[in-house]
Design a protein around this ligand. Structure first.
Ligand code: A2P
Length: 271
């Protein structure tokens, strides 16, 4: 029948998807947040903190791709991603329904500036995230180089509510027991979660808490200095801009792959 022919045609197309990878696990954290794991293409080499293009086949038969930070470390044999669900988002309205065994499209050309290569040597590194901007840090927190390069790692995560923090909180808790890097991590990580719209032990935007000195009082740190401190920033455009200003005021300069500096910034996934 016509329908069977159509189905077969579609099946043939899916089977020959360029850069197809298979979903191995999916976890829904809230109504608007989920994480998933997929098989890793053998040809994919990346540095912890980088992102790739991934997505699904659109209704027009063309790939519908978005930039996603790889949330797993470079040594992992699978790839992990952390995503929002936007109910009318072209990609995430569909991507949120993936199941183990499904295929997604993943382009194997990793890029990005949230990498150790883009930072000059320092003593302490700050990871500043809002929302799904935590994803590249989920990779970097599991990357041995992070602990080889720095004596101290401070990860701040600002979200609206407590449930939005859960992916990051669990990941950090699990780090201590990780067979590969548990020992390296031991005592080096300071986790500083804040919420802006739900009661929690530490409330407020990290930007405000930096400006009024609350962060420094809470952590027993004098200040952020260009001699000792390095920073990576990942959140919304406004967040990145505000934090950039704060870091510049502390005397840090922006770095890039071509010219390492004292801090680097990247926009979190928005769609
Ligand atoms: P707020 O609730 O005060 O807007 P979103 O869910 O909109 O992506 O935001 C994630 C978190 O980032 C929220 O807690 C939000 O705080 C915070 N946020 C948004 N914009 C900024 C900014 N410019 N500086 C600091 N935090 C921000």
């Amino acid at each position: 029948t016509k329908l069977t022919q159509l189905t077969q045609a579609t099946a043939a197309k899916v089977a020959t998807l360029p850069d197809a990878q298979t979903v191995t696990a999916v976890k829904h954290w809230t109504d608007s947040l989920f994480s998933f794991r997929v098989t890793r293409p053998q040809s994919l080499r990346f540095r912890s903190g980088e992102f790739v293009m991934l997505g699904l086949l659109g209704d027009n038969g063309k790939p519908l791709l978005r930039a996603y930070s790889i949330a797993s470390p470079a040594w992992d044999d699978e790839l992990e991603f952390y995503s929002i669900k936007v109910q009318d988002g072209p990609l995430t309205s569909r991507l949120q329904h993936i199941q183990p065994g499904d295929e997604i499209i993943l382009r194997t050309k990793p890029v990005g500036t949230l990498v150790h290569d883009a930072l000059l040597p320092g003593k302490r590194v700050w990871f500043f995230a809002t929302g799904t901007g935590f994803a590249p840090f989920a990779s970097l927190l599991r990357e041995p180089e992070t602990y080889e390069n720095y004596d101290e790692v401070i990860i701040t995560h600002t979200c609206r509510g407590l449930a939005d923090l859960e992916y990051g909180r669990q990941l950090i808790e699990d780090l201590q027991n990780d067979p590969l890097i548990g020992e390296m991590v031991d005592g080096k990580i300071r986790y500083y979660p804040t919420t802006t719209r739900e009661e929690s032990p530490r409330m407020g935007r990290i930007t405000d808490l930096l400006k009024d000195g609350t962060v420094f009082r809470d952590l027993g740190i004098e200040t952020i200095s260009p001699d000792a401190d390095r920073a990576m920033v990942c959140g919304s455009l406004d967040f990145n801009k505000d934090l950039k200003e704060i870091l510049e005021e502390f005397g840090l300069r922006e770095g890039a792959n071509s010219e390492p500096g004292e801090y680097v910034v990247e926009k979190a996934f928005v769609d």
